[in-house]
Design a protein around this ligand. Structure first.
Ligand code: TMP
Length: 206
């Protein structure tokens, strides 16, 4: 058994967390073994790195440092939690994974994609998600949804930054159609969830 690796991607306010919750409820009802986790984070060390990455006071953080910290968080998370869970045959649901690095550090921070390729295969031990759900919606809608929250360091970036993130996610989805499933984030959560369940049917066999 090798498990199933499912990731969710999208801009801020896209509704990923809601969809992760709805999917977990569905898997629970089906009595399927699963693990739900997030990036950056998921383990004690990776959550500690998360708190550095998202701290709004760390405005002086260099893009290079940011990239390395996301990858450091990922290597610990993947090695300690994700790979063993997959090995145990679980369905692993991860809120963000390496596509976020290509979108935020690659496109939005303009860091070298070849370098990200190298760091990504190193930090993931070469494991690629089996299916990735991109919840796409206009930046104005996503940012509008989170405006009442305490914003983290990345969420505080301007609209042009988030537009580059959105564009890059769509471009990756175009390049990897066999792995990617693009959902319309403007639809009702239940409708999006039903599409996710349909897309997963061949993988979970229910
Ligand atoms: P979250 O708000 O979805 O929990 O994600 C935390 C933030 O980290 C979000 O603004 C996206 C950002 N991020 C990156 O910039 N690069 C990455 O590789 C990951 C996983 C997240």
């Amino acid at each position: 058994m090798k498990g199933i690796f499912i990731t969710f991607e999208g801009i801020e306010g896209s509704g990923k967390s809601t969809q992760v919750r709805l999917l977990v409820d569905a898997l629970h009802k089906l009595n399927l073994p699963y693990l739900t986790t997030r990036e950056p984070g998921g383990t004690v060390i990776s959550e500690a790195i998360r708190s550095i990455l998202l701290n709004p006071q760390f405005q002086e953080m260099k893009p290079e440092t940011e990239l390395l910290l996301y990858c450091a968080s990922r290597s610990q998370h993947t090695g300690e939690l994700i790979l063993p869970a997959l090995q145990a045959g679980k369905i692993v649901i991860c809120d963000r994974y390496f596509d976020s690095t290509y979108a935020y550090q690659g496109a939005a921070r303009d860091l070298d994609e070849n370098l990200i390729d190298t760091l990504t295969s190193f930090a993931t031990y070469g494991r690629i998600p089996d299916i990735t759900f991109l919840i796409d919606l206009p930046v104005s809608v996503g940012l509008g949804r989170i405006q009442d929250r305490q914003l983290d360091r990345l969420e505080l970036e301007n609209t042009a930054f988030h537009e580059r993130v959105r564009k890059q996610f769509l471009s990756i989805a175009n390049k990897c159609p066999s792995r990617y499933y693009v959902l319309n984030g403007l639809e009702e959560p239940e409708a999006i969830h039903n599409n996710i369940i349909s897309a997963l049917q061949p993988l979970i066999g229910e």
